[in-house]
Design a protein around this ligand. Structure first.
Ligand code: NI
Length: 180
C-alpha cells in the first residue's frame, strides 16, 4: 500500500482514545495493516499504532517483519511480528522495570520509562483470530508502549525522572541510532 506520514507529538489524533474495530477481515482493515507495515518498515520502528498514521482505531502492530535485528534495538530479544486489535492488557505482577524507549512520533529523543515486566495480553488479528500471550521483558515493554497510543498516552507522559529524557545522539553519541 503506502508509507504514511507519522504524526508527531502535538497532533490531536495522538491524544484521543481510539475506537474499537467492529468488523474483521475487511478490505479496509487489510489496507490499514499494510499501511502500518510499510510505515513501520520504512522507519525501522519496533512497532506502530494506527493513531500514529491518523487512524483512530484500536490497532497496533509490532515485532520483526524482517529476519535481522532491529538496528534501533540491537540488544533486544526478538519479538515475533504481531497484529493486535482491540487489545486487553493485564499485568501479571506488580513488578516494574525502567528501560529506554523512543517513539516514531517523538523523533530523535529517548527516555527512561517504567513498565510492567510481565504481561498477559489478548486481542485479535486482522482476520478475527484470537491472540492470547504471556510475555515479559522487551516484548512486554513494546506491547505496553504501543497500546498506550490507543488511549492517547505517549511515553514522555510516563517518564518519572525528566533528567532521563533527551536527544538520542546526546545520550548515545557512539551509537548509530536512527532518527526514529
Ligand atoms: Ni510510539
Amino acid at each position: 500500500m503506502a508509507v504514511k506520514n507519522v504524526l508527531r507529538m502535538g497532533e490531536p489524533c495522538l491524544l484521543l482514545k481510539a475506537a474499537p474495530v467492529e468488523q474483521f477481515d475487511t478490505p479496509e482493515l487489510h489496507a490499514l495493516i499494510e499501511d502500518l507495515e510499510d510505515t513501520m518498515l520504512a522507519q525501522n520502528g519496533a512497532g506502530i499504532a494506527a493513531p500514529q498514521i491518523d487512524v483512530s482505531l484500536r490497532v497496533v502492530i509490532f515485532g520483526q517483519l524482517q529476519s535481522e535485528q532491529n538496528p534501533r534495538y540491537p540488544d533486544a530479544d526478538i519479538v515475533p511480528y504481531t497484529v493486535l486489535i482491540n487489545p486487553v492488557l493485564t499485568p501479571i505482577s506488580t513488578e516494574m522495570e525502567d528501560g529506554w524507549e523512543g517513539c516514531l512520533s517523538v523523533p530523535g529523543l529517548r527516555g527512561i520509562v517504567p513498565r510492567y515486566t510481565k504481561l498477559h495480553y489478548r486481542g485479535f488479528d486482522q482476520y478475527g483470530n484470537e491472540v492470547d500471550r504471556l510475555v515479559e521483558g522487551f516484548h512486554a515493554r513494546v506491547v505496553q508502549h504501543e497500546c498506550d497510543h490507543l488511549d492517547g498516552v505517549l511515553y514522555p507522559m510516563r517518564i518519572n525522572d525528566l533528567s532521563q529524557f533527551g536527544y538520542s545522539d546526546v545520550f548515545f553519541p557512539n551509537q548509530d541510532i536512527q532518527d526514529d
